[in-house]
Design a protein around this ligand. Structure first.
Ligand SMILES: *[C@@H]1O[C@H](CO)[C@@H](O)[C@H](O)[C@H]1NC(C)=O
Ligand SMILES: *[C@@H]1O[C@H](CO)[C@@H](O)[C@H](O)[C@H]1NC(C)=O
Ligand SMILES: *[C@@H]1O[C@H](CO)[C@@H](O)[C@H](O)[C@H]1NC(C)=O
Ligand SMILES: *[C@@H]1O[C@H](CO)[C@@H](O)[C@H](O)[C@H]1NC(C)=O
Ligand SMILES: *[C@@H]1O[C@H](CO)[C@@H](O)[C@H](O)[C@H]1NC(C)=O
Length: 279
C-alpha cells in the first residue's frame, strides 16, 4: 500500500517541478489532497471541480490525526472530530462565515445523482485563532449534528467527505434544512450547494469506513479519469487500499477501479517520509 503513495508523490513532484521552489509543505499537501480526490473518484462524481485554497486537517479523539482516505472503524469515527485549516499561502484571505458538510459518497462507483447521506451540516461556521486555524464548528448553527458513520454491513468502503464551503452573505438555507437539529437523511449535495448559494469549497478531506466484508462488487468503471494522471508510470502494479473489491476484479495489466498504477519505490519512500500514507 505504500507503493500507491508513490503515485501521489509523482503528481506532487511533477507540480513542484512546474512551480519551482515556491511550494512549501502546505502547498504539497494541498496537491496531495487534490490527487486523492481524483484518484478516489470523488472528483468528478461528487464534486465537479475541487480547487482548494487551504488544507483541512482532521483529528478524532483516540485515532489522532487522519490522513486523506484513511480507513477507520465505526468506533474511531463516532466522536465529533476536530478540524483545522491552514491557508495555502499568505495571499489566501480567510474570514467570514462558512458551511461545513460531511456527506457519505458511498463506495467507489456510486451514482451520486441518487444523493448522499448527510452526516453533518453546520451553517455560520467561523475560523478561530492563528494558522492552523480552528474550524469552530460549535459556533455555527448545527442543522444536522455530527452523526458518526455506520455503513450497512457488506456495502463496501464508504467515502466520507468533509467539506468547508464559503457561505456568502446572501446564502439562503433551503426549506427543510433551515432549522437546527434536522436528523440524518439523504440529500443531494450539489442541489443544496446551488440552491442555497454556497460559494466554492475552501478545503476538504475524506476517510473511509467499511462494515464487514463487501457482498457487492463496486462498479469496475468508477469515474476516475486516468488521463488526469499523466505522470503515473506503469512499471509495476498495485492499488490504493480502501478499494479492494473493485481493484481485485480488474484484469491484470489494466488499471484497477481506482484507475491507479504505481510509480517507483523511490517515490514511495519519499511519500512515506512525507507521511502521505494510505492506511
Ligand atoms: C496562493 O494559493 C492560492 C490557492 O491555492 C493560489 O491560487 C495562488 O496562486 C497562491 N498564490 C501564491 C502567491 O502562491
Ligand atoms: C507556507 O505555508 C504557510 C502555512 O503553513 C503559509 O502561511 C505561508 O504563507 C506559506 N509560504 C509561502 C511562501 O507560500
Ligand atoms: C477560539 O480559540 C480559543 C483558543 O484556542 C478558545 O479558547 C476559544 O474557545 C475559541 N473560540 C471559539 C468561538 O471557538
Ligand atoms: C455571518 O453570520 C452571522 C450570523 O448568521 C451574520 O450576522 C453575519 O452578517 C455573517 N457575516 C458575513 C460576513 O456574512
Ligand atoms: C448572491 O450574490 C451573488 C453576487 O454577489 C450572486 O451572483 C448570486 O446569484 C447570489 N445568490 C443568491 C442565492 O441570491
Amino acid at each position: 500500500m505504500i507503493f500507491a503513495s508513490g503515485v501521489v508523490l509523482s503528481l506532487i513532484l511533477a507540480s513542484v517541478r512546474l512551480v519551482g521552489a515556491q511550494t512549501n509543505s502546505t502547498g504539497l499537501e494541498i496537491e496531495a489532497i487534490e490527487a486523492h480526490f481524483t484518484q478516489s473518484g470523488i472528483v468528478p462524481s461528487l464534486l465537479p471541480i475541487f480547487d482548494p485554497s487551504a488544507l483541512m486537517s482532521l483529528a478524532y479523539t483516540g485515532a489522532g490525526d487522519i490522513s486523506p482516505g484513511q480507513a477507520l472503524t465505526q468506533d474511531q469515527v463516532s466522536p465529533t472530530p476536530s478540524l483545522t485549516l491552514t491557508p495555502a499561502n499568505s495571499s489566501v484571505q480567510l474570514g467570514g462565515n462558512y458551511t461545513l458538510i460531511m456527506a457519505d459518497a458511498g463506495p467507489v462507483g456510486t451514482d451520486e445523482s441518487q444523493g448522499q447521506t448527510r452526516h453533518w451540516l453546520v451553517n455560520g461556521v467561523t475560523l478561530n485563532g492563528t494558522a492552523p486555524l480552528n474550524i469552530a464548528t460549535k459556533t455555527g448553527t448545527a442543522i444536522t449534528k455530527y452523526a458518526g458513520p455506520a455503513p450497512a454491513q457488506g456495502s463496501g468502503a464508504h467515502r466520507y467527505v468533509i467539506l468547508l464551503y464559503i457561505q456568502p452573505e446572501n446564502f439562503t438555507a433551503p426549506d427543510g434544512l433551515n432549522t437546527p437539529d434536522v436528523g440524518v437523511s439523504v440529500f443531494n449535495l450539489q442541489d443544496y450547494v446551488s440552491t442555497s448559494g454556497l460559494g466554492p469549497v475552501v478545503a476538504a478531506t475524506y476517510f473511509t469506513v467499511e462494515n464487514g466484508a463487501p457482498s457487492v462488487t463496486p462498479s469496475a468503471t468508477s469515474a476516475v479519469v486516468t488521463s488526469t494522471l499523466p505522470v503515473v508510470q506503469s512499471s509495476s502494479s498495485g492499488s490504493i487500499s480502501g478499494f479492494p473489491s473493485a481493484g481485485a476484479a480488474a484484469p491484470s495489466g489494466s488499471p484497477n477501479a481506482a484507475g491507479i498504477t504505481v510509480a517507483s519505490a523511490q517515490n514511495a519512500l519519499l511519500a512515506a517520509f512525507l507521511g502521505f500514507f494510505f492506511l
